[in-house]
Design a binder for this molecule. Structure first.
Ligand code: 8ID
Ligand code: ZN
Ligand code: ZN
Length: 351
């Protein structure tokens, strides 16, 4: 393939300060380091994490100024001098984990996202809300030729994360999994991965539209947190004694506390959503006597990523996307803040 024409400048959404103006403007196209790919990002999913990054509400500083975004799907247009195993024209994905040291104990054990030196797309490294972005060639996701890049984008964070979280719940086929925050970006994929892995799904979220949506994706039961008088009792009743596993993808501390109560004895509560400043509290007596596990789960490693993409490529996961122009990103943050999003918004970087 002949070398693509790479412009000197490009459109991006940038903020200078956390919570400050989100500016759609021209910035220079980045130059890949020796270990990096230059990817022409065609589409990027918008994750709730991007909203946290913009607000700066986590105890981890972002780079500033910052280009957010970490669900970027595009085409390789440039190769750093040390890059191996990629060629111009390959489809590539920008994930949350842009790169890690590959030498520390966590990296040696393939827990690369737990590396203390992890470089994070759209957080410590300019991400996919721009037309051209750089990504470590070792961590960039390989996307099969011919894939619909808009549909694939949400797999790069939401898909990988919920797939890994479901593995962390350590369930057997036929068991019940409760998904709290089920109609959002992560939740809408979690329902489908859970079904594909053979589990029965209780979806928890708020509103009639979200109920219809969650059921259309495969949830057997929907519990509305805005209407239920007793969520714990409702989940226990629906699952004949409690969910065997819980995937917490809501942005709610209260929802997480409730999940420790409705999980079945010997079951696993998986924490994924990251509400600012939240703490989880559980009665120790109960946690011991019912032998409940509470586990955090943070994106996934390269194998989890490849497996999550494989479920998608085999047609088992349909990303419920709405596509808008990159210039409309601020309005997506508004909708997300209000909890009004069904599934995932994907931005087209050319508009
Ligand atoms: O690796 C990780 N751990 C990881 C990866 C990616 C994202 C963690 N996250 C975090 C994000 O930073 C965010 O905190 O997961 C959380 C969810 O991300 P998202 O799915 O992208 O957010 P969303 O699309 O806004 O969906 C959130 C859903 O939660 C529901 C909302 O109605 C929405 O549908 N929800 C809320 I807010 N409160 C609820 C409650 N009390 C609730 N659902 C049930 N009960
Ligand atoms: Zn994300
Ligand atoms: Zn490391």
């Amino acid at each position: 393939m002949s070398a693509p024409q790479i412009p000197k400048t490009q459109k991006a959404v940038v903020f200078e300060t956390n919570g400050g103006p989100l500016e759609y403007k021209d910035i220079p196209v980045p130059t890949p380091k020796p270990n990096e790919l230059l990817i022409h990002v065609k589409y990027s999913g918008v994750c709730h994490t991007d909203l946290h990054a913009w607000k700066g509400d986590w105890p981890l500083a972002t780079k500033l100024p910052l280009v957010g975004g970490h669900e970027g799907a595009g085409v390789v247009v440039g190769l750093g001098s040390n890059v191996q195993g990629w060629k111009i024209g390959d489809y590539a994905g920008i994930k949350w984990l842009n790169g890690s040291c590959m030498n520390c104990e966590q990296c040696q054990h393939t827990n690369e996202s737990n590396c203390a030196e992890a470089d994070l797309s759209g957080y410590t490294h300019d991400g996919s809300f721009q037309e051209y972005a750089t990504a470590d060639a070792v961590q960039a996701a390989r996307i099969a030729p011919g894939t619909d890049l808009a549909e694939a984008a949400p797999i790069l964070c939401a898909g990988i994360t919920v797939y890994k979280a479901l593995k962390t719940a350590n369930l057997s086929a036929g068991e019940w999994v409760a998904i709290s925050g089920a109609a959002g970006g992560l939740g809408s994929l979690a329902i489908q991965y859970a079904k594909a892995m053979g589990y029965r799904v209780v979806a928890i979220d708020g509103g009639d539209e979200k109920a219809v949506f969650a059921k259309s994706l495969g949830a057997e039961v929907f519990i509305d947190f805005t209407k239920s008088k007793d969520i714990v009792a409702d989940v226990k009743a629906a699952t004949n004694g409690g969910a065997h596993g819980v995937i917490n993808v809501s942005v709610s501390e209260k929802a997480m506390d409730q999940s420790v109560e409705y999980v079945r004895s010997c079951g696993t509560v998986v924490l994924v959503g990251l509400p600012a400043g939240a703490k989880i509290s559980a009665p120790v007596f109960d946690a011991v006597v019912r032998s409940v596990s509470i586990r955090g789960s943070y994106v996934g490693n390269r194998a989890d990523s490849a497996e999550a993409l494989d479920f998608f490529s085999r047609g088992l996961i349909k990303c419920p996307i709405k596509i808008v122009g990159l210039s409309e990103l601020p309005s997506i943050y508004d909708l997300m803040q209000q909890g009004k999003i069904l599934g995932r918004y994907v931005v087209d970087t050319s508009k």
